[in-house]
Design a binder for this molecule. Structure first.
Ligand code: AMP
Length: 220
């Protein structure tokens, strides 16, 4: 049965890194709403330009823009076997709209995997983050540097820093997380859909834990 997985956690918890690996392992798509918005911003679509103004400041993009983007994406044929949502939902309103859209599309309630990290460790993870412009591989100049400065090990692509990985935007993103996203932990916990993973462990150990939760969940 198709299963939607939600990767929850503060900015810098490693959601994107883990979602890439787990999606590859399970053969389901990795849907990052941040990546969708950044792609729209670089194409300068009207959605992209509206989103960029918010993203660069570290603010959330309004729910009424986000929900249709995710519903459109989940209706694509490659989501038939399930998908990983990374960065969505981020507010209670988005969680409610996801529940409604999953029942419209005929999918079960999601399994929510919360990657827990201490707030102090997040700044280093975010300021050090670099992403390959070509393949999206994620590095960290302090914690997981590439072999050659600024160059992706996988395909030689250029590594870039996100516009919102600066201290001011990070501060606002963490506030938005505390205020808008943290309540989702109780929301999904009370439905019995939440599993906790320690984001301070080695990346391979985190991946193994995430996969074990998925595999013991009876869906995939
Ligand atoms: P991320 O790549 O998940 O860190 O997202 C980067 C930025 O995109 C966020 O700081 C928000 O401005 C915007 N964004 C991504 N997903 C959402 C969402 N589900 N709701 C609102 N804003 C979002």
């Amino acid at each position: 049965m198709a299963q939607i997985l939600i990767f929850l956690g503060p900015p810098g918890a490693g959601k994107g890194t883990q979602a890439r690996v787990v999606a590859r392992e399970l053969g389901i798509p990795h849907i990052s709403t941040g990546d969708i918005l950044r792609a729209a911003a670089s194409k300068k679509t009207s959605l992209g330009l509206a989103a960029k103004a918010k993203m660069d400041k570290g603010q959330l993009v309004p729910d009424d823009l986000m929900c249709p983007i995710v519903e459109d994406r989940l209706c694509q044929p490659d989501c038939k076997e399930g998908a990983i949502l990374d960065g969505f939902p981020r507010t209670l309103a988005q969680a409610e709209c996801l529940t409604a859209m999953l029942s419209r599309v005929g999918l079960d309630e999601p399994l929510v995997l919360n990657i827990h990290v201490e707030p102090e460790s997040v700044i280093k993870r975010l300021t050090g983050r670099r992403t390959c412009q070509t393949c999206g591989e994620i590095y960290n100049v302090y914690l997981n540097p590439p072999l050659r400065d600024g160059i992706c090990d996988q395909d030689g692509g250029q590594l870039v820093q996100r516009a919102d990985d600066n201290e001011e935007a990070i501060r606002i993103r963490l506030q938005a997380y505390d205020h808008d996203t943290l309540p989702l932990i109780d929301y999904y916990q009370s439905k019995g859909h939440l599993r906790q993973v320690d984001g301070n462990e080695e990346p391979e150990a985190i991946t193994a834990k995430l996969l074990s939760f998925v595999k013991t969940h009876d869906y995939l």
